[in-house]
Design a protein around this ligand. Structure first.
Ligand code: SF4
Ligand code: SF4
Ligand code: SF4
Ligand code: FES
Length: 945
């Protein structure tokens, strides 16, 4: 028995509140009505053998191992498919049952290789456990007859193998793929002896629809589906619970270890965000942490045209501190600043913003949320009073109508998408607003009721048209609005909404979506018992991103869809800790907890605690930093785990800004694109080495625990602390827990939080304080955080980025499942097998018009620049729209994006760029320059002494 395997109660828990009393093996038991006998027995501490059952799957009743006797009933019913009834007297262990179970087991084993000692699952195999439990001692049928022992192994997937000779056809994998993951990639092909598991009708796993989530491996009771790392290295010997460091779902994992080697990452059944599920990234793509590209020595150089020099930690830190102080002396206090990382822990982020404020003496701190969800912060805070989503993920299971706007959850938030798909299969309606036909619009057993493929840049007129229908057709939740919202602002909003230009018939011309579809979709949401909005960067990364966020909040308030389970306005936040990095005071105008730096009282509290006078003026946002750098006023920057050179728009401008600076300090795992402009490189730690917390998209504070020591020798918060000390500001924490204690002391929404508390209770959602000691899953239940919900008028102001004859197409960008953001991590894993270069999606009609065929190299040009990349022809995009990802630096997708940005927050307008595409023969000048510089910088690193 695997000592790390989490208990499996055989069948899922039932929701009933009523209980019944039964007797199991002579002992009384009280269980929830409707519970299976198998689960009732296991809950009472009685183990009944099983093979086809799992508490993450619906009962199936095929293996016949779980048979029981029930007093007064004939036969031997399967306990997994038989619910308890009041007064039932159940026997799980009798001579007859033992014989039956042994006979069934004998049949299984007669067609199973008896190589237990050399099997990769030895010690972690339910078949082995059950054979032992039923007392099987001999197999009478021999192996000379027909069997499956020579069945081929499918090792096509880079992370797991499928050894059909060990399969007992229990169907757990098929059901896990259907019920848990929702991909329906597996089937049982054939009947009787011929039956076998098949991936997408006879394909290899790699070629099939499988998305490598790992749910089938998790479910498999034998070694048939097995992680290759276990096959290669054997069973783990200890385990540590931690949190995935990829996306904002924040899945909890159990890192199963051998010494300091990770053997596998197993999704945690107790994880409140993932309930035992995972995606390919968290489950498998962690190899980057030990990749040979990781830089392990601190590096310095005087100029970016010089080779690096390897130095001691002390020398690197002293050098950075000296350069920063010299720059401040020459160019002024505000000539330097820092960037915090949404991939780092809250504790690491907190000390960086503290370093900027207390040691650098200004508020020049910003974070990557600037370029993703800053409009969420602004929009939700203005309307509802808090800069975060309103619901826990589980809330989706109570939603009747799900509206997805500008988000692609199956690739960007896969585990939450599986939960959402489950609810859709149960019958919830789906509306998708997206220029592109994302996978969730039409996938296995799911078909959106309405997909509104609006033109990029037209979200605001679309949400106004929804509001027009809801107001004009009397779908307002009048009582809710009267009791809970600011009615003056509501009246003003209503007047704005009813302007003739917001009628669907007018908006159809702007968005390209037929008015009838807009009306029908708006009615569906407006009439829903529980309507839930989920949105992503397709909402925020626009010149009217903040307007759109407020437009959605208006709509949710007007229809009474905030403040209970199944409703809400929910940002699907991108990076693992983007919520936390914002919460920790990473914005130039806000101290931790979103409190304005201009507020004397708030600032006073921090000044007292930190023993320093703080600057009351907000600092530079990232775009201001670049502009000030180009103007010669901003000269030094400490960049924690953020690749500005690849991720920020208008690469030419970013590169000009970075090259003009005198001291850039990059703290990261790899020599990333920004590090090519750096003068000091401080090696960072991967999530496997971190001790701290991440906060996911549902405000859940999850513990991140180190499974190994910092491989480069220093925790990241220690590096920042030493830099602060070297700059003359004393910082002294002994461990990361003390940093969280300070966060809790200074931030009212975190008052109750500490490592000790989280280790004791698991995870909690903030606010977690005296008013909500165990956290707050649903926000705004009785009142909005700001008091009365505020409606904000959302007039449409078209973006200045327009298509014209020279640039007739609109480019929009997004992600793919196997890669993550700038790809620094996933490009250094086997995930490359699925997607190793950014592709440009082009509609067949646009391609034909330009003589472009599948696989052709095309030049993509905008007003800002030109890149070349390979085209793929698809009707996923509509005519007039092209789409690409931005995972590979050598593609340079941001060479073409513009400096247009959200009016309130400066979040770049990545989602709308007017472009032209033409057939190309070679890479562009920028790309050739990139290749040359990449080679030169790699040499500078290789020759570092
Ligand atoms: S692969 Fe595993 S889970 Fe799937 S049917 Fe075979 S033994 Fe059962
Ligand atoms: S890895 Fe996931 S998607 Fe692939 S077959 Fe298994 S359950 Fe299905
Ligand atoms: S869904 Fe997100 S948090 Fe969960 S395993 Fe995948 S990448 Fe990690
Ligand atoms: S566990 Fe009940 S029939 Fe398989």
């Amino acid at each position: 028995m695997n000592k790390f395997k989490q208990a499996d109660l055989g069948t899922p828990a039932v929701a009933a509140s009523a209980t019944v009393k039964v007797e199991i093996d002579g002992l009384p038991a009280t269980v929830k009505a409707g519970t299976s006998i198998l689960r009732a027995a296991r809950e009472s501490g009685v183990d009944v053998p099983s093979l086809c059952a799992s508490d993450s799957l619906k009962p199936f009743g095929s293996c016949r191992m779980c048979l029981v006797e029930i007093e007064g009933r004939k036969g031997y019913p399967a306990s997994c498919t038989t619910p308890v009834e009041a007064g039932m007297k159940i026997r799980t262990q009798t001579e007859a049952l033992a014989t039956l179970r042994r006979n069934v087991m004998e049949l299984y084993i007669s067609d199973h290789p008896l190589d237990c000692l050399t099997c990769s699952a030895n010690g972690d195999c339910e078949l082995q456990d059950v054979a032992g439990a039923v007392g099987l001692r001999e197999v009478r049928y021999g192996f000379e007859g027909e069997n499956h022992l020579d069945a081929e192994i499918d090792a096509s997937n880079p992370y797991f193998s499928f050894d059909a000779s060990k399969c007992i056809v229990c169907s757990r994998c098929v059901r896990a793929c259907d019920e848990v993951q929702g991909t329906f990639a597996l089937t049982i092909e054939g009947r009787g002896f011929e039956s076998k598991v098949s991936a997408s009708i006879g394909e290899t796993f790699l070629d099939s629809e499988c998305v490598s989530c790992g749910a089938c491996i998790q479910a498999c009771p034998t070694a048939t589906l097995m992680e290759k790392t276990v096959i290669d290295h054997g069973q783990p010997e200890h385990s540590v619970k931690t949190t995935c460091a990829y996306c904002g779902v924040g899945c909890s994992f159990i890192a199963e270890m051998k010494g300091d080697q990770v053997i596998r990452m197993v999704p945690d059944k107790d994880g409140q965000a993932n309930h035992g599920h995972s995606c390919v990234k968290g489950r498998f793509a962690w190899g980057y942490s030990t990749h040979r590209d990781r830089v392990m020595d601190p590096l310095i150089r005087d100029s970016i045209d010089e080779p690096w020099r390897k130095v001691s930690w002390d020398e690197a830190i002293q050098y950075a501190a000296r350069r920063f102080k010299e720059i401040q002396k020459e160019y002024g206090r505000k000539s330097i600043g820092g960037i915090t990382s949404s991939r780092c822990t809250n504790e690491e982020v907190f000390v960086v913003q503290k370093l900027v404020r207390a040691a650098m003496g200004n508020n020049n701190v910003d974070t990557c949320a600037r370029v993703c969800h800053s409009p969420t912060g602004y929009g939700l805070r203005t309307t509802l009073g808090t800069s975060a989503g309103t619901q826990p993920f589980d809330s989706v299971l109570d939603a009747d109508v799900i509206v997805i706007i500008g988000a692609n959850p199956t690739v960007a938030h896969p585990v939450f998408a599986s939960q959402m798909k489950r609810r859709l299969r149960e019958g919830a309606n789906l509306i998708v607003l997206d220029p592109r036909q994302t996978e969730i619009v039409r996938s296995a057993r799911i078909e959106a009721d309405y997909h509104l493929p609006l033109m990029p840049g037209t979200n605001v007129p679309m949400i106004n048209a929804f509001a027009y229908v809801i107001v004009s057709e009397g779908l307002i939740a009048e009582d809710y609005v009267r009791e809970r919202c600011d009615t003056d602002s509501f009246d003003a909003w209503k007047t704005m909404v009813l302007k003739p230009e917001n009628a669907p018939e007018k908006v159809a011309d702007i968005t390209g979506v037929p008015a009838a579809d807009i009306r029908a979709a708006a009615r569906l949401y407006g009439e829903a018992k529980n309507g839930a909005i989920y949105y992503g960067l397709g909402v925020t990364e626009h010149s009217q991103g903040s307007t759109m966020v407020m437009g959605m909040a208006n709509l949710a308030m007007a229809t009474g869809n905030i403040g209970r389970s199944g409703v809400g306005v929910n940002p699907l936040r991108g990076q693992n800790n983007v919520q936390g990095s914002c919460d920790m005071g990473s914005f130039p105008h806000e101290l931790p907890g979103y409190r304005p730096v201009q507020d004397d009282e708030v600032r006073g509290k921090f000044e007292n605690h930190w023993g320093v006078t703080l600057d009351p003026e907000p600092g530079y946002r990232i775009p201001n930093m670049f502009d000030a750098a180009c103007a010669g006023k901003y000269k030094g920057m400490y960049i924690q785990g953020e690749d500005l050179a690849q991720s920020d728009p208008n690469t030419h401008h970013v590169e000009a800004a970075l090259s003009s600076m005198e001291c850039i300090v990059v703290q990261d795992l790899f020599l990333n694109e920004t590090a090519k402009f750096a003068h000091v490189f401080l090696p960072g730690t991967s999530f496997l080495e971190k001790d701290g917390t991440f906060i996911n998209a549902e405000r859940r504070i999850n513990r991140v625990r180190p499974v190994m020591k910092a491989r480069q020798g220093k925790d990241e918060w220690v590096i920042t602390q030493e830099l602060a000390n070297a700059m003359g500001y004393p910082m002294k924490y002994d461990n990361a827990a003390q940093i969280m204690d300070e966060i809790a002391e200074l931030t009212p929404t975190f008052t109750n939080v500490s490592f000790e508390f989280l280790d004791r209770v698991g995870s909690v959602q903030w606010p977690c304080n005296e008013k909500a000691p165990m956290g707050t899953p649903i926000m705004h239940i009785d009142n909005f955080v700001r008091g009365k919900g505020l409606f904000v008028e959302t007039d449409y102001v078209p973006t200045e980025e327009r298509a014209n004859r020279k640039f007739p197409l609109l480019l929009t960008t997004g992600r793919i499942l196997s890669q993550y953001n700038v790809g620094a991590q996933t490009r250094r894993t086997e995930n490359m097998v699925w997607y190793d270069a950014d592709l440009l999606e082009v509609h067949p009609s646009d391609a034909e018009m330009r003589g472009i065929k599948e696989g052709d190299l095309v030049a993509l040009s905008s007003r800002k620049g030109e890149i070349a990349l390979v085209a793929t022809i698809t009707d996923r995009v509509q005519p007039g729209v092209v789409y690409t990802t931005f995972h590979n630096p050598e593609t340079g997708a941001n060479v073409v994006t513009t400096e247009h940005s959200d009016w309130a927050t400066d979040c770049p307008e990545y989602k709308v760029t007017a472009v032209q595409i033409t057939p190309a023969m070679h890479r562009t000048d920028w790309q050739k320059g990139f290749d040359e510089n990449a080679e030169r910088q790699a040499r500078f690193l290789e020759t570092a002494e």
